[in-house]
Design a protein around this ligand. Structure first.
Ligand code: AMO
Length: 417
């Protein structure tokens, strides 16, 4: 574009005054360019330059010049610079990435933080991940659905529910689209949803938030083995696309991402207990695999893997017990190192068994009346899973804290910005 006249709109990232020659690094959503004000420029341009500070929004009109010394080998020589909107100076957050700023402070000024190369890279990878996921579901003939987020009863257990005042009744924010996605398999057979869910997580950990975007899927006439196969293909595609399309972003994050080999290992819950026991961590059959044990597993297994066949009593009421051994369920968690990315399973599709399991969980079947009656109207066998998208992004980008993987995270203590 040597010699072309251009008008550029963007933000002042850097301003450098070398006396006679002055530079601005202008940033927009696609990248950065050097604006060079040579000694021969007008006095007005130098005056405007003096007024500029970081993150001012400006318009630059000028001519493109090929310059090997400039970043990307090109610069713009301005004829006119207009300040469209001033930013305060100094800004409340250091954006160069040269000084280490605590995550909490970064989140306080999130909209500024998102302009840093690091945060920007994370959400560009997230975007490629989402595009890939949607394409994969479309190719596999799934229908995208949206289910209500204001609901009447719990699905994943009662303690993590957020109550809301719903006119003169109590309602809750949805923990999961679970029951609706199951019902929808009796209509569309294959459905998926990408939407927020809400969990009143009391504990303050690096992998739990109270609002997350969940990728839910559910398919008729499939069981948990089919869903594990599907998850594996989906994840493999995500790894491939991110590696193919996000090398610059991965470089910013200093992440050398490799595409894990398929098929991913599938250990039963009992096998995992054995692996742990052989490595000095004892867990009683039936108990949950706690964080310490998960950390151990993460040290031992680096690739994605499944833990399947969990004790029935450790899983929600809708998960199907195995026919050959009802103590064990047709369920799985998808793990990446120590991090749980997804969980899913074959669902119960017989009404009587579902009612029994609700009672065994200490819940009242009447609370699920709206759901249970749909099982009288031709409910197909079905299976599905839920993938925590922020957890998946954490795994791909190598983040230590889930808060970095969400634009505006919500936790026990954070409700703004
Ligand atoms: P589950 O409760 O295991 O299963 O959630 C599925 C996945 O969602 C992510 N996740 C979370 N991520 C961040 N913060 C949280 N508080 C949080 N809670 C869950 C995890 C987890 O693996 N209805 C079932 C899914 C199904 O069977 O289809 C469900 O919600 O990555």
């Amino acid at each position: 574009m040597e010699g072309c006249k251009v008008k550029l709109l963007g933000w002042v990232e850097v301003k450098r005054d070398l006396g006679k020659i002055k530079f601005i690094i202008l940033r927009d959503y696609k990248g950065k360019i050097q604006i060079t004000i040579p000694p021969t420029s007008s006095v007005e341009l130098a005056e405007i330059f003096n007024k500029l500070s970081r993150e001012d929004v400006i318009a630059v009109s000028g001519v493109v010049k090929n310059t090997p010394q400039a970043p990307n080998g090109v610069e713009v020589i301005p004829s006119e610079i207009n300040i469209i909107n001033k930013a305060v100076s100094p800004l409340p957050l250091e954006l160069t990435g040269k000084v280490k700023v605590e995550l909490d402070t970064r989140l306080d000024y999130r909209i500024l933080d998102l302009r840093t190369a690091r945060a920007n890279a994370i959400f560009r990878i997230n975007n490629v991940m989402l595009i890939t996921i949607r394409n994969f579901f479309i190719e596999n003939d799934f229908i995208e659905v949206h289910t209500p987020k204001i609901i009447a009863s719990a699905t994943e257990g009662g303690t993590e529910l957020f109550p809301v005042a719903y006119f003169d009744r109590e309602a809750f924010l949805a923990q999961s689209p679970q029951l609706y996605k199951e019902q929808l398999t009796s209509v569309f057979e294959k459905v998926y949803e990408i939407a927020p869910v809400f969990r009143a997580e009391e504990s303050n950990t690096t992998r739990h938030l109270s609002e997350i975007v969940m990728l839910d899927m559910e398919a008729a006439f499939q069981d948990y083995n089919d869903i594990m196969n599907f998850c594996e293909s989906l994840l493999d595609r995500v790894f491939k696309e991110v590696i193919d399309r996000c090398q610059n972003e991965l470089e910013v994050l200093k992440k050398n991402l490799q595409r894990p080999k398929t098929p991913y290992k599938r250990y039963s819950y009992s096998e995992v207990l054995e692996i742990l026991s052989n490595n000095g961590v004892e867990i009683k059959w039936g108990d949950d695999i706690d964080t310490l044990a998960l950390r151990k597993l993460g040290e031992l297994i680096k690739e994605p893997y499944f833990i399947k066949d969990w004790p029935t009593k450790s899983k929600p009421f809708y998960i199907s017990p195995r026919v050959d051994n009802p103590e064990v369920s047709e369920s799985f968690d998808l793990m990446y190192g120590w991090l749980e990315i997804a969980s899913g399973g074959t669902r119960i599709h017989k009404k009587e068994l579902l009612i029994n399991r609700i009672k065994e969980k200490g819940m009242r079947p009447e609370s699920f009346d709206f759901h249970i009656k749909t099982f009288d109207w031709g409910m197909p066998p079905h299976a599905g899973c839920g993938i925590g998208l922020a957890r998946l992004l954490m795994a791909i980008t190598g983040l230590d804290n889930i808060r970095e993987a969400v634009l505006f995270p919500r936790d026990r203590y954070r409700l703004t910005p």
